[in-house]
Design a protein around this ligand. Structure first.
Ligand SMILES: NC(=O)c1ccc[n+]([C@@H]2O[C@H](COP(=O)([O-])OP(=O)(O)OC[C@H]3O[C@@H](n4cnc5c(N)ncnc54)[C@H](O)[C@@H]3O)[C@@H](O)[C@H]2O)c1
Length: 278
């Protein structure tokens, strides 16, 4: 793709690192100007500096309506408009939440960042886009929204909410020329998968390796995602190449959600062999 976002202005939330950083970089490479929002100000400022005059960083906690609105206002005031709103900020929540013991603080925090955040982003962006010829609203959901699974239940539920919001908003906003889509990454190597709340510092890398390795077994393509894989999908969906695509959740997951049970098959085989050898 060469300059497929030329002339477009984007807001990316959760832009300081991981998938948001890779997307901001790819958006700029493709000709867009980008307002970066995050709560990690040092990283965000450094990224904006490295992207030159095509990027600006603003502190923006996506759970705070005024701060999300300010991102949209900055895009309009500094870059002359807003064509792409990428609601990407997210949190996984606690490392091993026990659903029966929860004090609900993790529930609330996860819902606010992962679901309220994209709703606020979509709402403020749509108000501008509806009056200015349309645009594209994109959100990062997750492959974990697409099937049931053990643990991180608030995370899975909020990401399913993002997929649902996307489909209904696509219906509601189509008449304004606003396309609304989401991307569901599969396991992707980013700081999020290395640093989970509650992980002891000296175990962070080891725990991340174990969980990512287990997940890789479910992926027919046999490799973990890279932030750039998701960023490339975001570039496509945000561009006019996707002009007829709305209400879609695009899985970028190496086939994880196809139901490959390789891990389970291996375990069954191992147990059968053990039973036969007794
Ligand atoms: N990495 C994966 O395997 C994976 C898989 C599926 C979905 N996702 C989703 O992709 C998105 C990006 O995650 P990532 O893997 O790059 O993780 P990451 O932790 O590297 O990046 C998330 C970013 O969001 C920011 N953020 C968190 N809370 C915020 C808030 N209240 N306001 C503004 N910014 C906030 C963080 O500071 C960080 O920069 C998330 O929505 C995540 O749920 C990731």
């Amino acid at each position: 793709m060469v300059n497929v976002l030329e002339g477009k202005v984007a807001v990316v939330t959760g832009a300081a690192r991981g998938i948001g950083e890779a997307s901001a970089r790819r958006f700029v490479e493709e000709g867009a100007r980008v307002v970066l929002g995050d709560v990690l100000d040092e990283l965000g400022e450094a990224l904006a500096d490295s992207l030159g005059s095509s990027a600006l960083y603003r502190h923006a906690d996506v759970t705070q309506p005024g701060q999300v609105q300010a991102l949209v206002d900055t895009a309009v005031e500094e870059f002359g408009g807003l064509h792409i709103m990428f609601n990407n900020a997210g949190t996984m929540g606690a490392l091993q939440p026990d659903f029966l013991e929860e004090d609900f603080l993790t529930f609330r925090k996860t819902i606010e960042i992962n679901l309220l955040g994209p709703m606020l982003g979509a709402s403020y962006a749509a108000r501008h886009m509806a009056r200015n010829g349309g645009g594209c609203i994109l959100s990062t959901a997750s492959s974990s929204a697409l099937y049931g699974g053990y643990g991180i239940i608030p995370y899975r539920a909020t990401k399913a909410g993002v997929v649902s919001m996307t489909k209904s908003l696509a219906v509601e906003l189509g008449k304004y020329g606003i396309r609304v889509n989401s991307i569901s990454p599969g396991p992707t190597r980013t700081p999020m998968t290395a640093v989970m709340d509650g992980a002891p510092e000296d175990k962070v890398e080891e725990l991340a390796d174990i969980s990512m390795e287990c997940m890789r077994g479910r992926m027919p393509l046999g490799r973990l995602g890279a932030p750039e894989d998701i960023a490339n999908a975001a570039v496509f969906l945000a561009s006019d190449l996707a002009a007829q695509i709305t209400g879609v959740d695009l899985a970028v997951d190496g086939g994880e959600t196809l139901g490959n049970m390789e891990n389970t098959a291996e375990i069954i085989q191992q147990r059968l062999t053990e039973a036969l050898s007794k």
